[in-house]
Design a protein around this ligand. Structure first.
Ligand SMILES: Nc1ncnc2c1ncn2[C@@H]1O[C@H](COP(=O)(O)OP(=O)(O)OP(=O)(O)O)[C@@H](O)[C@H]1O
Length: 264
């Protein structure tokens, strides 16, 4: 296999997925992939099916039809915690943190949940476990620093401003050591300077070799960071291409007409 074919190998592939809720077809015959190292955004007007697609990929919803594969193994039959243990980790639209734990504890918990050592085992305080605990604490500091919220380490998760709560969500996801991140509207509630910083964080996450699937309404952010954009409308893919191709696509422009550019 050549280097070029290795680089373009799909890490996530969604094949002919359909989701029905009773009589309503939320998604019909959706197929697309994310290659290793790629950042793909899934966009579309309100109600287009983005969250439904996200929930299928992360095991929160079984598709009515079709298959999802991550690193060659089927995902569509797994439960959410089993999906996370394959290396595909999601963040949530609504922050799902332990709001009465500190920022540092939140990240440490994210590591324990996926690490080689349990929090209970640590309580036994054997020397080898204490060394492991010290290593995890060091990694937690490294992640907080990487995401830019180390100065908030001792504050309660629930007391952070909204934008920083989203960053904590990303830190907790990174604590699981993912190969791929699925980010559900990560910039919702961020101000323009927080969004700009978040764009640079996405770039740095990719430099670590982590692939990203992003659902996001902020079009400047999507256009600025994506390698490829998949556009859903009424549960169907109407376009799949580079930011420049998507911006010039007449069907995409029609789908978004009247919805505004920023909050499409
Ligand atoms: N649990 C459900 N039961 C019934 N219908 C649902 C359910 N979840 C979503 N739908 C419907 O499926 C369609 C797609 O919804 P979905 O939330 O996936 O869209 P979306 O693109 O994420 O929208 P938004 O941008 O507003 O978050 C909509 O018509 C929605 O009303």
């Amino acid at each position: 296999m050549t280097q070029a074919t290795k680089v373009s190998k799909p890490i996530l592939s969604i094949e002919h997925v359909a989701v029905r809720f009773g009589g309503l077809v939320a998604i019909s015959d959706m197929s697309f992939g994310v290659k290793e190292g790629e950042l793909v955004s899934l966009i579309g007007p309100n109600g287009a099916g983005k969250t439904t697609a996200f929930n299928v990929v992360t095991g929160f919803l079984r598709p009515t039809k079709g298959e999802v594969h991550f690193r060659g193994a089927p995902l569509h039959t797994l439960k959410p915690h089993q999906v996370a243990s394959t290396g595909l980790v999601r963040t949530f639209q609504k922050t799902s943190l332990f709001s009465s734990n500190t920022v540092f504890e939140n990240v440490l918990t994210g590591m324990h949940r996926h690490g080689s050592i349990s929090a209970w085992a640590t309580l036994l305080a054997l020397p080898s476990l204490r060394r492991e605990e010290a290593r995890l604490r060091e990694s937690a500091w490294e992640i907080l620093d990487f995401v830019g919220i180390a100065h908030r380490a001792d504050e309660l998760g629930g007391s952070l401003p909204y934008g920083e709560q989203r960053l904590l969500g990303v830190a907790v996801a990174l604590a699981a050591g993912p190969n791929m991140l699925l980010l559900d509207e990560p910039a919702a509630g961020m101000n323009p300077s927080e969004t700009a910083e978040f764009m640079s964080l996405l770039t740095r996450i990719r430099q670590r070799g982590i692939s990203i699937l992003l659902v996001e309404h902020d079009m400047p952010l999507v256009m600025g960071v994506s390698d490829r954009i998949v556009v859903l409308n009424y549960g169907k893919i109407i376009a799949n291409g580079s930011p420049a191709e998507i911006q010039a696509n007449p069907e995409v422009i029609r789908a978004y007409l009247g919805q505004g550019v920023k909050h499409a």
